[in-house]
Write a protein that binds this ligand. Sequence first.
Ligand code: NAP
Length: 217
Amino acid sequence: MDVVIAGGHGKIALRLERILSARGDRVKGLIRNPDHAGDLRAAGAEPLVLDLERASADEVAAALEGADAAVFAAGAGPGSGAARKDTVDRAASVLLADAAQRAGVRRFLQISSMGAGRPPRPGSDEVWAAYLRAKGAAEDDLRARDLDWVILRPGRLTDDPGTGLVTLAEPEVGHFDVPRDDVAAVLAALLDAPHVRRRTLELVGGTTPVAEAVAAL
Ligand SMILES: NC(=O)c1ccc[n+]([C@@H]2O[C@H](COP(=O)([O-])OP(=O)(O)OC[C@H]3O[C@@H](n4cnc5c(N)ncnc54)[C@H](OP(=O)(O)O)[C@@H]3O)[C@@H](O)[C@H]2O)c1
């Protein structure tokens, strides 16, 4: 399988690159900082410098040409303001989806977030509200497209070692933690499960082995 990951230097992205390259898939990671290229190569991925806040849909489509799947793993990250929630968490996902359709890449996995699209609790921080709005808008955009999409909403991410045990189901599964290792493992399993499509799934730590959780969908 030939997979393109947008936000290729992200913490989940690097884990997914290691899993996919170890099982013999070809992985390309789109990054904005050329200094990150070595980390991608070490993870078994081919780096391609493409800033998703500046690139055109045609440029991204060229990067996707011939791929079997696109994964949106980018995010403005902690410390960014409301404006970049919109330009990355929403607009870069929209750009990747536009490009996937231009390039004829039907399979599209989007990392979203628990709480996306729901109104934030009263009194929530404005940047947090902007984040949830951006993730919700990116989800809505993807749901309206003729693509074989899966929206994956993890709970709070940790860098704890993966357990391989998850709860993966339609909303709502509850706000719990999930190790990034297990998010990457679920994404890899979803790439192998093309019958799982047009589904919005929430993911937290649980008791079901990843392969079983995906097979049960
Ligand atoms: N933190 C949580 O608890 C939580 C919970 C649920 C969901 N999520 C979401 O899960 C996703 C992945 O999480 P993660 O921890 O793996 O994220 P991460 O480590 O912050 O990775 C995000 C990546 O996106 C890249 N990026 C940002 N702007 C870009 C641009 N213009 N062009 C290309 N790449 C760009 C960043 O690159 P740079 O290094 O160049 O900035 C970074 O490598 C994020 O969307 C996050 O919002 C997070």
